[in-house]
Design a protein. Structure first.
Length: 118
């Protein structure tokens, strides 16, 4: 249902953009967003966007650096990551669920790895 792409290697201060394509009408009608899991750490919330695109929600650690957006025509959510830091290194997972905080996740995509070098 969810296909993530766009991970890779970046230098500190650089940028990457992740994409998450939702197949089927069901997944695209949910709030969608991103979580990440660094080695040895628990998976944590990063950002989310409502099904209409009218509401967004960010973890404090990424506010002002990451921007989530949604192209409803393409059923795709993007995560623009700027001013990357080594601590952003993680496997990033897209998810669909409710509510805006994505406390309840209905669908998960496969992970895409992001590595930020210092």
């Amino acid at each position: 249902q969810l296909q993530a792409s766009g991970g890779g290697l970046a230098q500190a201060g650089g940028s990457l953009r992740l994409a998450c394509a939702a197949s089927g009408r069901t997944a695209s009608s949910y709030t969608m967003g991103w979580f990440r899991q660094a080695p040895g750490k628990e998976r944590e919330f990063v950002a989310s966007i409502s099904w209409s695109g009218g509401s967004t929600y960010y973890a404090d650690s990424v506010k002002g650096r990451f921007t989530i957006s949604r192209d409803s025509a393409k059923n795709t959510v993007y995560l623009q990551m700027n001013s990357l830091r080594p601590e952003d290194t993680a496997v990033y997972y897209c998810a669909a669920g409710t509510p805006i905080t994505l406390k309840s996740r209905r669908y998960w995509g496969q992970g895409t790895e992001v590595t930020v070098s210092s």
